[in-house]
Design a protein around this ligand. Structure first.
Ligand code: TYC
Length: 121
């Protein structure tokens, strides 16, 4: 039984005709609560590399993740120093779009910048 299902069983006092067939009164009530499950969220991450210019990463964070210049610079530095950072958390569809936009923008400018997504646990 899980948290969404409650089962109530009840056996009335009874006389059994023989000990192998118990057809006595038994009631079973099962209530199932309708459960709405929230969709999973996905972390979008930027990865560090040795070649993409810092200002290009800042521009990416401003353009595709709606950060102001100070926020963008701070997250760029975190990626530079730690190797990667989560830059946002989104639905699967939005996360996929962000990754595609960043990868396409980097490719068009011939920078090796990598952007990935991962399910949030
Ligand atoms: N490490 C790069 C440099 O020194 C800057 C950089 C930061 C690159 C963040 C990628 O996701 C990145 N030019």
């Amino acid at each position: 039984m899980n948290s969404r299902t409650q089962t109530l069983m009840h056996n009335e006092p009874h006389m059994m005709a023989d000990k192998f067939e118990d057809d006595s009164d038994t009631s079973v009530i099962t209530e199932t609560k309708p459960k709405t499950k929230r969709p999973p969220l996905y972390k979008v991450m930027l990865l560090n590399d040795d070649f993409t210019p810092m200002e290009f990463v800042v521009l990416v964070l401003e353009r595709f993740f709606g950060l102001n210049h100070a926020q963008a610079f701070e997250i760029m530095l975190t990626v530079h120093q730690k190797g990667l950072a989560v830059v946002g958390v989104f639905s699967h569809e939005i996360a996929e779009t962000k990754v595609a936009q960043v990868m396409d923008f980097a490719r068009r400018h011939q920078h090796p910048l990598q952007c990935t997504m991962e399910k949030e646990e």
